[in-house]
Each structure stands twice: as C-alpha cells, then as structure tokens.
Design a binder for this molecule. Structure first.
Ligand code: COA
Length: 121
C-alpha cells in the first residue's frame, strides 16, 4: 500500500533512497529527505507490505509536469513487480492532473513499466 512519507520514517526512507545510483553521498541524501519534508512540490511515498516499508518513490511537481526522481525497492524484495506497482500507483494518482515524466536514470525502467502496464489494459 502506498503511503505519503512522514518524518517518523526518515531512517527507512533514507536507507531506501541510498540504493539510488547517487545515493552514496550521505550529506546529499539528508538534503534530499529535507527537501521532501519541506518543499511542497516534492512528494515522497513509501510502499508498505505487512507492516514493512519495502519501497520508495519520489516526485517533483513542476507546473503541469510531475517528474519521478527517485524509485527504490529493498533488495530482498526485488524482481517481484513492486517497482512496477509503485509506478502504476503513481500513474493513478498523478496522470489525471499531470504529465508524468522520469529523470534520466529512471527513464528506461519507467518506459518499460508504462509499456507493460498499458499492454495489460
Ligand atoms: C529499479 C528497481 C526500483 C526495480 O524494482 P523491482 O521491484 O525489482 O522491479 P520489478 O520487479 O517491477 O521489475 C523487475 C525488472 O526490471 C528490470 N530492471 C531493474 N532495474 C532496471 C533499470 N535500471 N532499468 C531497466 N530495467 C530495470 C529488472 O531487470 C527486471 O527485469 P525482468 O522482469 O526482465 O527480469 C530496483 O531494482 C531498485 O531499487 N534499484 C536500485 C535503485 C535504482 O537504481 N533506482 C533507479 C533506477 S530505475
């Protein structure tokens, strides 16, 4: 289930975002989380299953665009479709109001999820 990030999940969110290619820089990671907490155009969601937080997806809204800038799944839960599910849920939430995009590092995965999703419908 997708939940909006809350500060009491800061550690787990940072842990998940640290799996992103640029996530090894702790200072930058702290700035990123702070931006999600304070900037109303930055939206972070966590994916919870059986009380465990196992995925994260973050976007930045810019005018009529929403740009996915972070996506991460706990390594123990990869390759079972959770990342795809995160994208699906974000599409449901954002596509009615925004043109959905992804940053370069996520682009290939994003397009692939969209194609799978659209061909299933
Ligand atoms: C990318 C990520 C979120 C995918 O999550 P997931 O829940 O394992 O993804 P799914 O189960 O929905 O899909 C798995 C498929 O995506 C593919 N995939 C994984 N990372 C990919 C990438 N960066 N680009 C394209 N495809 C990718 C897998 O090879 C797998 O392919 P298969 O079905 O042919 O075996 C996860 O691998 C992750 O957290 N990676 C580290 C964070 C990261 O680098 N994020 C940015 C890159 S997208």
């Amino acid at each position: 289930m997708l939940n909006r990030y809350k500060k009491n999940s800061e550690k787990i969110a940072m842990g998940l975002l640290s799996f992103m290619p640029e996530g090894k820089d702790v200072k930058k990671l702290q700035q990123t989380i702070k931006e999600y907490e304070t900037n109303e155009d930055w939206h972070l969601y966590l994916w919870k299953e059986d009380d465990d937080v196992i995925g994260a997806i973050g976007l930045r809204v810019d005018g009529d665009k929403a740009i996915i800038q972070h996506i991460s799944v706990n390594p123990s839960h990869r390759n079972v479709g959770i990342g795809k599910k995160l994208i699906q849920e974000i599409r449901k939430l954002y596509e009615p109001r925004y043109e959905l995009h992804a940053v370069d590092t996520i682009q290939q995965y994003f397009q692939r999820c969209i194609q799978d999703d659209d061909s299933a419908n």
